[in-house]
Structures are given as C-alpha cells and as structure tokens.
Design a binder for this molecule. Structure first.
Ligand code: CTP
Length: 400
C-alpha cells in the first residue's frame, strides 16, 4: 500500500517515526505530511530518513515537486492515517477547512480510506464540540482508531492516549485486507464473550476469571472480514472499536441467554466463547446480607440455561454453531462429547494444562475439532491470531 501519514501537533507525534518504520518494514510505501506544530515534536530529518521520501509540510514551499502537491499526493496514496490527530485537525476535517498542507490534502482525499487516531487530554476528548466532530467524521465513514486510557502527558490519567503504533499498524493492515476481500461481507455473526456474574446480594456475585479477550478478538476479526457482528458480552473492562460490531452488555447467564435467543435466528454463524456460569444462587438477596457467624452459610444454587445447547437445538439449515470447551483432564474426549451433545459444528478446545492459554492471558493455545472428528492443534499465539485461525476454519466450512 501507499500510505500517507498526516502528523499534527500533539506529544504523541514522537511515536510516529515508529509507525513509519513498521509500515516500511511491512513492505508499504509511506509519505509523511506534517503540520507546522507537529514539527515541534518530531524532526523532518527523522521522518524523511525513515520514510525515504521528502516531507510535505509547507503548502507554498518553493522546493515542492508539484505546485499542487495536495492533489498529486491524493492520487499517489491508497489510504491516509492522521496520527496523532489533535482536536484542531478533527475540527477542521469536520468543518471542511483547508488552511495548510495537511488539511488541504485531507479535503482532496475524499473517496479513499482515512484513519484518524485522536490523542488529547481527557477533558478535550469529552468536549461536546470534539465529540460532535468525531461523530460527524464517523458518519462520513472515516475510521476512528479510539485513543486508550492511561497516563497522559499532562500527568492526568484518563482516555486520550494515542493507540500504540503496533496496534494502529495491525488495524490498518488487517482492515484494508478485509475490505479488499470482504469474504464475510454478507454474513451476520453472533459472538458471546467474558464471564457472567450471578448475584448473591446487592454487592456480591458468583463469577469467574474470564477477561473476554478471546471473544472480543473474534468479534474484531469477524468485523474486519466484513461481517456484521452482535457481540453479547458479560462484564469486562474491554472496549471495542469497529463499526461492524454491535455490543450488547449483559450481566447474568439468564440475560446472556435472552440476548442470544433474540438474535440467533438471523445469524449465519454463532461462536459462543463466553464463560457462562452453570449455576446461580436460587434467590438474590435484596440489600447486603449480614454475616451469619460461625455456623457458616448455605447458598442454594440452581442451574442456568445452557445457551449453546439451546442454540444447537434451534439451529436451522445453513447455520453454523461453534462452542468452546475449557477442560483440565481427558480434554479431547470431553470436547468431542460436548460437540455431539450440544449439536455443534465445531468446538474450540482449551486445555488448562497449557501455559499461557485460557483465562485472562493475551495468548491462547487451542485445538479446533469439527463434527467429523478432525482436530487441528495450534501453537501458543496471540488471541488475535487464534481468532484468525478459528475464523479461517469456519470460513472453510462455509464454502464446502
Ligand atoms: N455455555 C453456554 N451456556 C451455559 C454454559 C456454557 O452457552 N450455561 C457454553 C460456553 O459458552 C462454551 C460451552 O458452552 O461455548 C462450554 O461450556 P462448558 O461449561 O465447558 O460445558 P458444560 O456443558 O457446562 O460441561 P461441563 O461443565 O460439565 O464441562
């Protein structure tokens, strides 16, 4: 790809040389365009050395190769990334203002993909005008790579840090590949993720250590391949950033069950990766239960509905149902039994004996088993890469 990276005057500009390097290493061509303010944070020499192309920053510089560089660069580039994007450039984009090299190029770049990576102080991020401007850009199809939470340059902690270069690279490269292929573009997908919380009283619950990372990685990968995804998520701190994903937050197994039943009928594929509680307290106590003393306490549990098994019974012609199995012993046998009993097309087996796999980690190691008993064992990979393997396996079944 030929990528134009627009750099504006935020402290996160110091991360842009790394982004340029990643794209170059990945075999892409990069042209940097900087605002005058950006050059307070990063030097032309760094950008030109890493990109291998002359920096464009002054609309009227006599040394420009063309008198209308903003138009010729528009023809040259396949996509544009604005990183970091200050409130100022976002405002200019939303209002159609072109008063320097970058903003005029952005005006000329219509019709091609533009990614914007906001970076600013939390209060600025939450300013009504900035929120409106970002909303306007989203409405026009500009892809916003949301900032993350953390310590900001001003010392405050909050949302506003520019996404890391590796992640921006991944989102852009995968996003472009999926748009080019669009393999799942007419497909509707249901994904469940995270734990469920079963209330004991107003302040306590029975839960589990699931982080939701595997389910979120699946939802993002499906969306990158063009699918429309309903992501039904139990309580998690994760955020999701894709226009193709509708997120439905639930707390309990019963709520997850209802959300899934509502949506399954229209789905082509359902992947249930949530760690659903099998039991819940029979009664949820209203208020905070008092200590009962030495004699201990008995909470009677009753079974929750099995979402996966219910969908297995409801599954219609052409629908594909995928479950997960987290096992500690007799892994293969239990997983295969689960696949048959719950009426699945495929099951993804996690063994808790594998280090780095399962709950909470960023990595996972799975074996994908189909109805015919064919098992494909993968190595230890990032959850994003495991999601790709699982969806590749699903896609290969869809074309059969
Ligand atoms: N699952 C579900 N609803 C439940 C329990 C589990 O949809 N109430 C789904 C999970 O999302 C996962 C799969 O079922 O895809 C595996 O669940 P698991 O708890 O391993 O299977 P169980 O049937 O509960 O078997 P066991 O606990 O005996 O291993």
């Amino acid at each position: 790809m030929r990528i134009v990276i627009g750099i504006t005057g935020g402290i996160a500009a110091y991360k842009v040389p790394e982004l340029v390097r990643l794209f170059r290493k990945g075999g892409h061509e990069v042209q940097c365009v900087a605002t005058a303010h950006a050059l307070n944070f990063v030097t032309p020499l760094t950008l030109e050395t890493l990109s291998g192309r002359r920096l464009y920053s002054d609309l009227f510089a006599p040394a420009n190769e063309h008198s209308t560089e903003h138009v010729s660069l528009k023809d040259w580039g396949d996509i544009m990334i604005v990183a970091p994007a200050t409130a100022n450039i976002i405002g200019k984009m939303a209002c159609g203002i072109g008063d320097d090299a970058l903003s005029t190029l952005l005006l000329a770049f219509g019709g091609k993909p533009i990614y914007v990576c906001p970076a600013m102080n939390t209060q600025m991020m939450e300013n009504a005008a900035v929120e409106r401007n970002i909303g306007t850009l989203k409405g026009w199809g500009v892809r916003i790579i949301e900032p993350t939470e953390g310590e900001l340059a001003c010392g405050a902690v909050g949302k506003g840090r520019m996404e890391e270069p590796e992640r921006i690279y991944d989102i852009v490269v995968n996003g472009q590949m999926s748009n080019a292929n669009g393999r799942l573009s007419d497909k509707q997908v249901l994904v469940t993720a995270g734990p469920t919380y079963e209330r004991i009283d107003s302040v306590r619950f029975i839960g589990n250590y699931s982080s939701g990372k595997m389910g979120f990685a699946l939802a993002e990968e499906f969306a990158r391949r063009g699918a429309k995804v309903a992501l039904v998520s139990g309580p998690t701190s994760l955020t999701v950033n894709h226009r193709g994903i509708e997120r439905i937050d639930v707390e309990s197994a019963q709520q997850m069950y209802e959300a899934c039943m509502e949506r399954f009928e229209n789905c082509d594929v359902a992947v249930l990766s949530a760690a659903v509680a099998d039991y819940r307290p029979e009664q949820a106590y209203d208020g905070k239960m008092k200590k009962k003393g030495d004699s201990g306490m008995v909470i009677r549990l009753v079974q929750t509905p099995d979402i996966l098994a219910t969908l297995g019974k409801r599954k219609g012609e052409g629908q594909l149902l995928v479950g997960f199995a987290l096992e500690t012993t007799n892994e293969m046998a239990y997983a295969q039994e689960k696949l048959q009993r719950k009426g699945l097309d495929m099951i993804v087996l996690n063994s808790l004996r594998d280090k780095g796999a399962g709950f909470g980690t960023d990595t996972n190691k799975v074996t994908i088993i189909d109805r015919q008993g064919k098992a494909t064992e993968g190595g230890l990979k990032s959850k994003a890469d495991v999601a790709k393997d699982i969806i590749d396996a699903i896609e290969s079944r869809m074309v059969q």
